[in-house]
Design a protein around this ligand. Structure first.
Ligand code: FES
Ligand code: FES
Length: 157
């Protein structure tokens, strides 16, 4: 039995301790906003937060996530009103969209630590891969979000 805290809700799950967190989130809990890309900690499409830190859930055994506060894109805000989510819409960032939840979760972890990141900070911190090449709009959206207070969202990150 594994106890998991996801988006503020406690779950007790009969899963193998070795099962990767990504599959527990998607297949057991039905939180399909977190995406599977490479499965090798390379692309970042599976990014969630563990105690506020960006983490690649495709390589993390669920036993390692037990006892930590896990936040997925579904838990970033109640209604899509996090400053990053608003900025993503404003800048029309996504193309195919596949990488974008991971990008937003990585950006949220960055802004929590560095509320006014430079382009270099963004490039150094967000190593997620976007096959559509939306990097310039991602940077612009992060700068827009950085100009807005995170406290008006009720978000956990
Ligand atoms: S699916 Fe996890 S980093 Fe690519
Ligand atoms: S928007 Fe298509 S992979 Fe990033």
């Amino acid at each position: 039995m594994i106890s998991l805290s996801v988006n503020g809700t406690e779950h007790r799950l009969e899963v193998s301790p070795d099962m990767r967190l990504l599959w527990v989130l998607r297949d057991i809990l039905g939180l399909t906003g977190t995406k599977f890309g490479c499965g090798m900690s390379q692309c970042g499409s599976c990014t969630v937060h563990l105690d506020g830190e960006a983490a690649r859930s495709c390589v993390i055994p669920v036993s390692v996530a037990a006892g930590k506060n896990i936040t997925t894109i579904e838990g970033l805000s109640k209604d899509g009103s996090h400053p990053l989510q608003r900025a993503w819409v404003e800048h029309q960032v996504p193309q195919c969209g596949y990488c974008q939840t991971g990008m937003i979760m990585s950006a949220a972890a960055l802004l929590a630590k560095n509320p006014k990141p430079t382009d270099a900070d963004i490039d150094g911190s967000i190593t997620n891969i976007c096959r559509c090449g939306t990097y310039a709009r991602i940077r612009a959206a992060i700068h827009t979000a950085a100009g807005k207070p995170a406290s008006d969202t009720g978000a956990s990150a």
